[in-house]
Design a binder for this molecule. Structure first.
Ligand code: 5GP
Length: 190
């Protein structure tokens, strides 16, 4: 998506060779016009996938996911992150290792919001090693539903998340694919 790539080039901040900071339009301040375009693009890509729900994880997935859900005219559910939790029987729970925090989170979704008839589009802001998306997919599976696809705003293609998700059999659509952050320079996959 060209508008997203331009924004990454003008506003993205490279932190080392592994992390891209996009606080000025996605992770802290949000550009609603860009988010609306992102929602349109996801909705077009998955128009024929029979999506019944969009699922993301708090907090940075919510902005792009809500626009995708709006365009697809389905509900959005965001998984909540919690440090630790006593077992409850009204929620689905999965563990997800956080790339940015370098710790394991427990993520939860209420059982009343996902069911076996759902075809779910998973959306996240970044794809690094795929652990967040896999944990969301396991929650869909717990509900008996199907993952129709995974939509990523910014994929870091030099990490192995895409391959992990493809190997698990998922369709992955990334709107910007970053090939490298070496030498403080953002390069996209051709
Ligand atoms: P994964 O689960 O694929 O390893 O990592 C994806 C998650 O980690 C995303 O939900 C995102 O919040 C965070 N993340 C991973 N890499 C980056 C990055 O370079 N920049 C930012 N802002 N977040 C990242």
């Amino acid at each position: 998506m060209e508008a997203l790539k331009s924004k990454i080039l003008t506003d993205g901040v490279v932190l080392g060779s592994q992390v891209l900071k996009v606080d000025s339009f996605l992770n802290h301040r949000i550009d609603p016009v860009l988010m609306s375009g992102i929602g349109d693009t996801f909705a077009e890509l998955f128009a024929d996938a029979g999506i019944t729900k969009v699922l993301t994880i708090e907090s940075s997935g919510i902005a792009p996911a809500v626009f995708a859900a709006l365009r697809l005219e389905v509900d959005l559910i965001f998984a909540r992150k919690r440090k630790s939790l006593t077992l409850r029987d009204d929620i689905y729970t999965e563990k997800a290792y956080s790339f940015t925090k370098q710790e394991e989170n427990e993520i939860t979704v209420s059982k009343s919001f996902l069911n076996a008839e759902d075809r779910v589009l998973i959306i996240d802001d970044f794809l690094a090693n795929g652990q967040a998306a896999l944990a969301l997919a396991r929650i869909v599976r717990q509900a008996g539903g199907e993952v129709a696809g995974i939509g990523i705003v910014i994929e870091k293609s030099f990490q192995n998340g895409r391959q992990v998700l493809l190997d698990a059999g998922f369709r992955v659509e990334s709107l910007a694919r970053v090939a490298s952050l070496e030498n403080n320079t953002i390069r996209f996959v051709e």
